[in-house]
Design a protein around this ligand. Structure first.
Ligand SMILES: [Fe+2]
Length: 306
């Protein structure tokens, strides 16, 4: 049996709906000015091209690790929901929120609840954990493959892009990871912020990264997928349960061709062997001529830790 998971992140969906003047209060005003400066970093054309390529690859499932919107306008959440529906059903797409998706609290809810069907445990994982009222973590099982979705998205002060998972969520994640290990499932964790200490500057870091790393080591997992840094990265972590690979991906809307940071996504294929799970990784993007380009990273394995 093989299962292929596509991972993309930091969609920053455009164009931005025209904000009303009453929308631009507090953090949104600074965010709007910032977005005006940075919007050329993102290309809707590149994003659409990437999604056409992704659909042709026919992955078994798609994981999106946050920042679907820019400054948390109510209309952005609805546009993002409509965009998600063009990619796939909630059964075939999993989402966790990013800091831009919890930029401000929208009255009683953070806005990204419009994406709830994409952020819920599925029936196959029923009985594994009790999904908390605020929604995280959720667990989705697809046979022997399990996705654990975390939220690191918390509203912050202006000019901050930090995140926090929190003790309760980490403890529940630990229970889920233990139960899944018992069943020899392949455990894939989704989180927006780079989850290990030292991976981001303080203003944009996960502020409980040390506790998060401790939980990863204590309970083990096979793969952690994240975004936020808008860069490709691969960080192996040794745990008593085997190697864990922490993989970040560039923004799926990135238009920075000259910096080598053009829009891309990764594909992971999971293979069960006598000695545990092996993970084959590929990246897909496109060249100057607009034609798809694939980079085969081969098997992630113990040799990557040497
Ligand atoms: Fe982010």
């Amino acid at each position: 049996m093989s299962f292929t998971l596509a991972h993309l992140s930091d969609i920053h969906l455009g164009p931005l709906p025209r904000p009303r003047s009453t929308d631009l209060i507090g953090k949104r005003m600074l965010g709007f000015i910032n977005w005006q400066r940075r919007r050329r970093q993102y290309s809707r054309i590149f994003l659409d091209r990437l999604m056409t390529d992704l659909a042709a690859q026919r992955p078994d499932h798609i994981a999106i690790t946050g920042d679907l919107v820019n400054i948390a306008l109510p209309a952005e959440f609805l546009a993002a929901r409509a965009w998600l529906e063009t990619i796939g059903s909630p059964e075939t797409v999993s989402v966790v929120p990013g800091n831009h998706d919890a930029y401000v609290r929208l009255r009683r809810d953070p806005g990204h609840r419009a994406w709830d069907p994409y952020m819920q445990s599925n029936w196959e994982s029923a009985g594994l954990i009790f999904q908390p009222e605020d929604g995280f973590p959720f667990v989705r099982r697809f046979g022997e493959i399990a996705i654990v979705g975390l939220s690191s998205a918390v509203p912050t002060m202006p000019l901050m892009a930090s995140g926090r998972i929190g003790k309760r969520q980490l403890a529940t994640m630990g229970l889920a990871l233990d139960a899944l290990r018992e069943e020899q499932a392949c455990r894939v964790i989704l989180v927006h912020h780079p989850p290990l200490p030292g991976m981001s500057p303080w203003k944009s870091a996960l502020h409980d990264a040390r506790a998060t790393q401790g939980r990863f080591i204590q309970h083990g997992a096979e793969l952690v997928l994240h975004g936020h840094a808008h860069r490709d990265s691969l960080t192996p972590l040794v745990t008593p349960h085997g190697p864990l690979f922490v993989v970040g991906v560039a923004s799926a809307s990135s238009g920075f061709r000259h910096l080598g940071r053009v829009a891309r996504y990764n594909l992971f294929t999971f293979l069960k062997t006598n000695t545990g799970w092996r993970i084959h990784m590929r990246s897909r993007s496109f060249g100057e001529d607009g034609q798809p380009v694939e980079t085969d990273h081969g098997l992630l394995g113990a040799d990557a830790l040497a």
